[in-house]
Write a protein that binds this ligand. Structure first.
Ligand SMILES: C[S@@+](CC[C@H](N)C(=O)[O-])C[C@H]1O[C@@H](n2cnc3c(N)ncnc32)[C@H](O)[C@@H]1O
Length: 220
């Protein structure tokens, strides 16, 4: 027991040391972003030109808020106003960001999706971003099932609420049944690709799936 505690303390210290010295953590602090993950979105966006003024964008798994900060910056036309709509959603609270509509809720709950639909008020989305990373239980079968369940909810929502010209960038993980998810993407989108931005740790199983333009018509 004592040995385990010493080992855990050592690992915690190593993690803290790596975190504090991480290039992207330092850069995020310098540039006023709430998380280093902003640089994953920035890299993909720079290449794919996903975020444009005038768009209606949803940021799923938004807290602490760096992706929403970045989107806001990209579609703002002065310090106070933006040209477009940003809806952020997370099961954890998020410190407010001007012009960003925030929904506090679990994506797995129907009422959360209903709140999202209320804000959309009949409009369709240009861009769906999901950086959702569920808390892991450590039991891989349970964790994979949960991740797949969330991804399926997002895909269902996407098919109903995205414009035919819209795109989705979705965080996925190796190890889950990701071939099946890839196949679903293939059925829904005209163009699909995998992205592993530099800011994503090499030893992390995360990978981003990008889908562009609907192959099939919206469900409604
Ligand atoms: C990696 S963080 C997102 C970081 C964010 N993109 C940023 O730049 O600040 C993943 C987020 O997913 C959220 N999340 C996990 N499961 C969720 C669920 N079922 N519904 C909504 N959000 C969820 C977590 O609360 C966490 O804030």
């Amino acid at each position: 027991m004592k040995n385990k505690l010493i080992m855990k303390n050592k690992l915690d210290k190593k993690w803290l040391h790596n975190y504090v010295n991480d290039f992207y953590v330092k850069l995020a602090k310098k540039e006023g972003y709430r998380a280093r993950s902003v640089y994953k979105l920035q890299e993909i966006d720079a290449k794919e030109r996903l975020i444009k003024p005038g768009q209606i964008i949803v940021d799923l798994g938004s807290s602490p808020g760096s992706w929403s900060q970045y989107i806001r910056k990209k579609i703002s036309y002065n310090s106070k106003n933006i040209n477009g709509t940003i809806i952020a959603l997370d099961v954890l609270k998020m410190k407010p960001i001007p012009n960003v509509n925030f929904i506090l809720g679990d994506i797995r709950n129907k009422c959360t999706i209903n709140n999202l639909k209320k804000i959309l008020n009949g409009r369709k989305l240009d861009l769906i971003l999901s950086d959702i990373a569920p808390n892991l239980s450590g039991v891989s079968v349970v964790d994979s099932a949960n991740i797949e369940y969330i991804i399926n909810i997002i895909l269902e929502f996407t098919q109903e609420y995205i414009k035919p010209s819209g795109s989705i960038l979705l965080k996925c993980f190796y190890g889950i049944n990701y071939k099946e998810i890839f196949n679903k993407f293939y059925c829904v989108f005209k163009s699909i690709s995998l992205k592993k931005p530099k800011a994503s740790h090499k030893n992390s199983s995360e990978i981003f799936l990008l889908g562009k333009k609907l192959k099939i018509k919206n469900l409604n």
